[in-house]
Design a binder for this molecule. Structure first.
Ligand code: NCD
Length: 314
């Protein structure tokens, strides 16, 4: 694995490998000293051109826990605001000789473009509405830790699928690992021909009882240039994931940030069936695994010191 741009880059075996690796890092996170020396002396740049809390903080912390030096750039407050192009910004940051660049950008394909400009490993932390591979991988980890393999499980992805890179990555990742994926939402928020990516489509929640896992998506109003639903209230009436709609065995996930009371009810968020906190914890372990695989194991290894066993404290 040289870069991580899309779930398409990974086969089932590589995904299993990342999940195993992440589980060993989850164990490191339970120790008093949560740091290992695997990436000592190497630099990781995070470059966020869109808002982020979870993804940016967890990539940053993941790199620090692996003992890398971290430079974090956000478009607001940086020279991006002064009109600097992506290419010039990246060239500037390349002067630090980073081993990896983690990028989030509103334009689909931005991370791919970076791979042509830099020697560093590139990690796509979200490109427009296209892909968010680390999210899909961390979701698989959260599920593995709660219910084991997703093979044969029915997973419903509900809500604003149209504007969601998470949905696109997760449909691929869940089905690659053997789950049966259904997407559900109002017709205006379901992309045409989405079933070609290997999922079923429903325009109501009438049959949601069949789902083992319900994956709720945020209404991504920042990406909506027109009105896609009659009103938020009407949307919530038909598609909100709340405990009235669910049977006790069903689990609920959400990538965050949530709009409490819109796509998901507060009663669900605060219940044991909800995996949101597990997802955040898995995010840190999975992002450590991704950086480790790319930098200590992958094609970029020639410039690394001999990799240090991950179990030894820094
Ligand atoms: C998601 C994103 O940015 O695509 N959030 C995240 O990374 N945790 C989903 C969203 O913003 O709704």
């Amino acid at each position: 694995m040289k870069h991580l741009i899309s779930i398409d880059d990974l086969d089932q075996e590589e995904i299993e490998g990342l999940l195993d690796r992440a589980e060993s890092f989850a164990e490191v996170s339970k120790r008093d000293i949560k740091k290992v020396p695997a990436l000592r002396g190497r630099t990781v740049v995070t470059l966020f051109y869109e808002a982020s809390t979870r993804t940016s903080s967890s990539f940053e912390l993941a790199a620090k826990r692996l003992s890398a030096d971290v430079v974090s750039v956000k478009s607001s407050g940086s020279s991006v605001e002064k009109g600097e192009s992506l290419k010039d910004t990246v060239e500037t940051l390349s002067a630090y000789d980073p081993a990896a660049i983690v990028i989030r950008h509103p334009q689909a394909g931005a991370a791919d473009m970076l791979t042509n400009w830099v020697d560093a490993a590139v990690v796509n932390a979200g490109d427009g509405m296209r892909q968010h591979p680390s999210q899909a991988l961390l979701d698989l980890l959260a599920l593995r830790q709660r219910i084991g393999s997703v093979e044969g499980r029915k997973i419903w992805i509900v809500g604003d699928v149209l504007h969601s890179r998470v949905a696109r990555s997760n449909i691929q990742a869940f089905s690659k690992m053997g789950a049966e994926v259904t997407v559900a939402g109002p017709p205006t928020l379901i992309p045409r021909r989405i079933e070609e990516s290997g999922c079923e489509v429903r325009y109501s929640l009438d049959e949601i009882e069949e789902a083992d896992v319900v994956y709720s998506l945020r209404m991504q109003r920042e990406r909506m240039k027109e009105s896609f639903v009659p009103s938020i209230r009407e949307y919530a009436r038909l598609f909100q994931i709340n405990s009235r709609r669910l049977t006790p065995r069903q689990l609920v996930m959400h990538p965050g940030p949530v709009n409490r009371g819109v796509e998901i009810g507060g009663d669900v968020i605060d219940s044991d069936r909800c995996l949101i906190a597990d997802q955040v914890a898995s995010g840190l372990a999975m992002r450590m695994a991704i950086l480790f695989e790319l930098l200590a194991h992958g094609d970029h290894r020639e410039s690394a010191e001999a990799p240090v066993p991950i179990g030894e404290p820094a």
